[in-house]
Design a protein around this ligand. Structure first.
Ligand SMILES: [Zn+2]
Length: 383
């Protein structure tokens, strides 16, 4: 049973143990087989879940331990994709990413054939469900993200002339995957939509940092702010149509602000953002340039839940105190019913395997967050 108010969860990824990263390398070099690698991954998942349970988290993930990155793994699992090094997509790719301050993962999924129905996360979910004492959240890359991250002008257009066509094909596979995840007993399905979150920094005529990179590396075109938001929203709605009554579905937005990014929050994407037929908005709001979460909370429709980013995932130097987190959450309490407020970190702690975040610090942050939720439930005991 979940607590009535201030439920705690994570966004998705959890720092991978060093021995798992070494096992990935040994598999790559052909020194171990898939079966052996699976034993490592199973153990890493058990550990990731145990870390979250020990910290007092209510809804846990498998820490995305089996995924090399939150988006590249789609390239490994889906028919119609392949994974390549970014330099194969554009010889100056690394230079381009640096210039726009938009570091994408080096291994990129690219659409290189017709997208066919494939298992994306059902296998992960079944294992996590079997070993977890708590309800499970599973993350899936959303179609708009996959479109921007993996449709390449030269490589993909023989199969899908327009990026939108590829997004539609992927959306159909996602719908089937959601049905499988429901059957597997998943409590929460979260569609990851950082490409929609990044639009905070775009204008009608000027794309954001990440779109600029995708335009240069992949040869995509920017449609203008209104049409981009509309496309992202329509694609998610195609995926989730009809499922909202059987499982909790959320959308995760982030943008990982740069030091010169504008100070603004996801309220900038309203009102179109609220057309998403999802129950929960899992939003980054702890990062220094994310603005005031109250601005988003004020206009959040009353039937929606707010998964509030409450600890920073980029700064391993400081662990937030429970009191600090309580104060952060209280900025939204007067606008959102506490039964609809969830606490989570801003993002995953390790969206890609090469992002190192000390596990002990990540654990301390979750523990502080769970303690803050306990204090909040005590204070708002009547809800
Ligand atoms: Zn994120």
């Amino acid at each position: 049973m979940l607590p009535r108010a201030f439920v705690t969860s994570v966004v998705g990824s959890w720092p991978r143990p060093k021995w798992l990263l070494e096992a990935f390398e040994r598999r790559e070099a052909g020194l171990i087989d898939d079966e052996t690698l699976k034993i490592y991954m199973d153990d890493a998942v058990r550990l990731a879940i145990q870390d979250q349970v020990d910290a007092g988290i209510d809804v846990v993930t498998d820490g995305e331990q089996r995924r090399t990155s939150f988006v590249a793994f789609v390239g490994q699992k889906l028919k119609g994709f392949k994974v390549v090094k970014v330099d194969e997509l554009h010889p100056e790719a690394r230079e381009i990413m640096k210039r726009h301050k938009a570091p994408l993962t080096i291994w990129r999924p690219v659409i290189s054939g017709y997208i066919e129905d494939s298992i994306i996360a059902e296998d992960e979910a079944k294992f996590a469900r079997a070993v977890s004492p708590r309800p499970i959240k599973v993350t899936l890359p959303s179609p708009y993200l996959i479109m921007w991250e993996s449709w390449h002008q030269k490589i993909s257009s023989p199969y899908y002339p327009r990026p939108e066509d590829a997004a539609e094909a992927y959306a159909k596979v996602l719908r089937r995957e959601i049905a499988r995840l429901i059957d597997a007993g998943v409590a929460f399905i979260q569609l990851d939509e950082p490409m929609l979150g990044d639009l905070l920094e775009a204008s009608e005529t000027e794309p954001d940092r990440y779109k600029r990179v995708a335009m240069e590396i992949y040869g995509q075109k920017y449609r203008g702010l209104k049409d981009e938001i509309r496309l992202a929203v329509d694609l998610v709605n195609e995926v989730v149509q009809g499922y909202g009554t059987v499982v909790r579905i959320g959308v995760h937005l982030d943008r990982w602000p740069a030091e010169d990014s504008p100070v603004v929050g996801y309220e900038r994407l309203a009102p179109a953002i609220f057309d998403l037929k999802v129950r929960q908005y899992v939003v980054e709001y702890k990062a220094p340039r994310m603005g005031d979460p109250a601005e988003f909370a004020k206009i959040l429709p009353s039937d929606k839940e707010l998964g509030l980013g409450s600890v920073d995932v980029r700064n391993p130097k400081a662990v937030e105190t429970p009191e600090e987190i309580v104060a952060h959450v209280e900025r939204v309490v007067k606008y959102v019913d506490p039964t609809k407020i969830w606490l989570n970190p801003d993002c995953g702690f390790a969206p890609g395997q090469f992002r190192a975040f000390p596990r002990d610090v990540a654990r301390a942050k979750l523990k502080a967050m769970a303690e803050a939720a306990r204090k909040l439930r005590e204070k708002y005991w009547w809800v």
